[in-house]
Design a protein around this ligand. Structure first.
Ligand SMILES: [Zn+2]
Length: 267
């Protein structure tokens, strides 16, 4: 039995790069925190306008950023995210474009929401995605700049090997294309350089919503994508654990996100 943790009155802020990052990286934890009473808010730095388009009929006017913004709002509702702020920084250029602006926007979001926990990518960018590394860099700098007022910052990563297994499990589902993949990205890239987590959050009971939220991102998840096919058992097994590392930054605040997790004893 999972213990009931009451996060009423707590706020979680996720700072990520693209629509769909919230669902893929930490959708289970966000949903679980929302169910535990936390106010879960999201700052997304781009509209993901340079992403792939699974089906051109989904983007009749060619404005992918507009469509992905709508997809993100739908996914956020599934996960219980109460507020989504989508910035308009250029997709694919977060490491080197609008650096001071993005810094200030993250500081302002922290100022506005006074979060008890901030979540972003780790320095591995989940699979070395440069925008993910960029949002990591900006978020670390923004949190560090708050010195003694810095909220606890957490880096989310993926366990190494799970995406390979997920793709394998999805291909075994009846009707799935034998070449279904994860956006064509090498599955072993995910989590390959992830730093060891300090705790993991069991989101097995929330994995249905995590997958439903992912599937709101229809322009990203077409029939070739393993996420379109993975079944409940496969999702629970391969997407049911989300792992975090607490950033080594001195600041204010208690161990709020840790309340959902189980400590990892060094292996
Ligand atoms: Zn992304």
């Amino acid at each position: 039995m999972l213990a009931v943790h009451d996060l009423a009155g707590r706020t979680l802020l996720a700072v990520l790069a693209h629509p769909d990052d919230e669902s893929l990286a930490c959708g289970g934890t966000l949903a679980r925190a929302a169910d535990a009473g936390a106010n879960v808010v999201l700052l997304c730095a781009t509209r993901g306008e340079r992403g792939s388009i699974s089906d051109p009929s989904l983007v009749p006017d060619g404005d992918l950023g507009r469509v992905r913004t709508a997809e993100l709002r739908e996914a956020a509702a599934v996960l219980g995210i109460s507020q989504v702020t989508i910035l308009d920084h250029p997709d694919g250029e977060l490491r080197w474009t609008d650096v001071p602006e993005l810094h200030d926007e993250i500081v302002s979001a922290i100022d506005r929401w006074r979060p008890d926990a901030v979540i972003t990518f780790d320095e591995d960018g989940l699979y070395w995605h440069l925008d993910h590394i960029g949002i990591h860099e900006r978020t670390v700098a923004a949190v560090q700049s708050l010195a003694g007022q810095a909220p606890p910052l957490y880096f989310v990563t993926m366990p190494k090997g799970v995406i390979r297994e997920l793709v394998h499990a999805a291909r075994a589902v009846a009707g799935a294309p034998p070449d279904s993949s994860f956006w064509g990205i090498a599955p072993d890239a995910f989590g390959a350089d992830a730093a060891p987590p300090t705790f993991v959050v069991d989101v097995g009971k929330w994995v249905g919503r995590k997958v439903a939220a992912l599937r709101c991102h229809r322009t990203q998840i077409g029939p070739q994508n393993a996420l379109a096919w993975i079944d409940e058992a496969g999702a629970r097994r391969w997407l049911g654990m989300e792992q975090f590392r607490r950033a080594p930054i001195q600041g204010r605040g208690e161990d709020v996100l840790e309340q959902l997790g189980e400590n990892v004893t060094s292996a």
